[in-house]
Unconditional design. Structure first.
Length: 235
């Protein structure tokens, strides 16, 4: 049984009972609505962290979690270099867009996202390409779009990747908003779709219930609006 837990903003935990957790974009310190503390995360069996891009609302607690749990950190090549050479992380697995790697109990594929590529730590020369990720575990395909605008590339996921659950940003200002996320859902054809990355700071508000209503009206997926402690169990 795989459980995907929403910890608010873009932080999604993939939990497998008796095995442990994969954290995507663990942003806890400074995440105003998250349900977990860093200590609670450190008590878990963290197997891996997967990062979509550098921005602080995605990478933020990664160095500390990685140093304390000795989990593997999986990121695009330049971001992996930054983590190794600037943050001094030991267990880093670099990948890149289009690449897929089987880590034994799970595999990860990086897919394109259209977003900023800077590493805003100005002491570093690194830039990278922002990504979405597909995590495959126990025959489930979990897609986290990262931060992105709508792209026609998402059609490939719908045609070839059999996505069980998709986590899509709906925030308008920095990423696609609700209307484009609806088109993305049509492209990706996930069995379940979860809106994320909205209303954390009031740059502009997005109503996840409006997104869910539109998904249901168009009958393109099963929407789940999650509070920051709720999860979806993939059977
Ligand atoms: Ni971002
Ligand atoms: Mn973001």
């Amino acid at each position: 049984m795989i459980e995907t837990i929403f910890h608010w903003h873009a932080f999604v935990e993939i939990y497998k009972e008796g095995w442990g957790s994969i954290l995507i974009d663990p942003f806890i310190s400074g995440n105003p609505k998250t349900d977990v503390s860093l200590d609670q995360i450190l008590e878990k069996k963290v197997k891996a962290i997967v990062l979509t891009h550098w921005h602080s609302d995605h990478l933020w607690d990664t160095p500390e979690i990685a140093k304390k749990t000795w989990c593997l950190v999986i990121a695009t090549f330049e971001l992996a270099q930054y983590l190794q050479n600037i943050q001094w992380l030991q267990l880093v697995h670099p990948m890149h867009i289009g690449g897929e790697y089987n880590f034994g109990d799970f595999s990860v594929k990086f897919v394109p996202a259209v977003h900023g590529w800077g590493i805003a730590d100005l002491s570093t020369p690194y830039v990278t390409f922002p990504a979405g990720v597909i995590v495959r575990i126990d025959w489930k395909n979990i897609y986290h779009a990262g931060d992105t605008g709508l792209t026609y590339d998402m059609k490939l996921l719908g045609e070839y990747d059999n996505i069980d659950i998709a986590f899509l940003p709906i925030w308008w200002n920095f990423t696609m908003g609700i209307d484009d996320a609806i088109i993305a859902t049509k492209f990706i054809k996930p069995k379940i779709v979860v809106p994320i990355h909205y209303s954390t700071w009031q740059v502009i508000d997005a109503d996840p219930v409006e997104f869910a209503r539109k998904v249901m009206l168009e009958n393109i997926s099963v929407p789940k609006v999650l509070n920051p402690w709720q999860s979806v169990i993939l059977k």
